[in-house]
Design a binder for this molecule. Structure first.
Ligand SMILES: N[C@@H](CCC(=O)N[C@@H](CS)C(=O)NCC(=O)O)C(=O)O
Length: 212
């Protein structure tokens, strides 16, 4: 299978980590978000919503939306599972993952920043303030809702919530948001980065990692 992604994309990071944890072999094709390759016709034909990641299966089927891709991987490569069989735990894992995926990420996405710049003249400081604001709100929510424990978010192994959180931490560091007020997030990040399959999925370890 082929993963269309970008080294610094947090949504790509989620999927790379799930693929690695499940031991699935995949090829990577880099879609350079900063030069705008996501808008080119060739990529729009893969994902009309011009976001990465997209996963092309060996029979040519294309899947989009990182959480839906991970759901597919869970259905086809169940070990290790990314969500629990227990309905309450599963709901809590999804809720935590969705704080990142639907409350933080969309308002922090590149297309949003570009609009803030183009329509409202946001400069670097303004964009940093915007990014930090929404991450701080989401992280405060997570800090309140996650269980008080050691290691991963819910269990003894990384799950969907962990993958969304560790990937979001990349943006927190990039935009200068301290994790000190969110010790549960910091603890989850540490636990995740100690897992070789997740570390291998981290942006700096991707073949297309650049300074861009
Ligand atoms: N909800 C989608 C979001 C995909 C997405 O927008 N990814 C970002 C990178 S993290 C992107 O490609 N942004 C390009 C842009 O906004 O132009 C998912 O989870 O896959």
């Amino acid at each position: 299978m082929i993963l269309y992604g970008y080294w610094r994309s947090t949504t790509s990071y989620r999927v790379r980590a799930a693929l690695n944890l499940k031991g699935v072999q995949y090829e990577q094709i880099s879609v350079n978000l900063y030069t705008g390759e996501q808008h080119e016709a060739a990529y729009r034909a893969i994902n009309a919503g011009y976001g990465v990641p997209a996963l092309k299966l060996d029979d040519g089927t294309i899947l989009t939306q990182s959480l839906a891709i991970i759901d597919y991987l869970d259905a086809t490569y169940p070990d290790p599972p990314m969500v629990s069989n227990d309905a309450i735990t599963r709901s809590r894992q999804l809720a935590a993952a969705l704080v990142v995926a639907t409350d933080i990420h969309p308002v922090n996405n590149l297309r949003l920043l570009r609009q803030l710049e183009a329509r409202f003249g946001a400069d670097v400081a303004g964009k940093r303030d915007w990014m930090q604001h929404w991450m701080a709100e989401g992280f405060a929510t997570l800090q309140a809702m996650l269980p008080e424990k050691e290691g991963f978010a819910f269990g003894d192994a990384p799950d969907l919530a962990d993958l969304c959180i560790v990937a979001q931490c990349v943006n927190a560091h990039r935009w200068g948001l301290s994790l000190n007020p969110y010790p549960k997030i910091a603890r989850i990040e540490q636990a995740c980065l100690a897992v070789p399959e997740i570390l291998a999925a981290a942006p700096e370890n991707q073949p297309d990692a650049t300074e861009t």
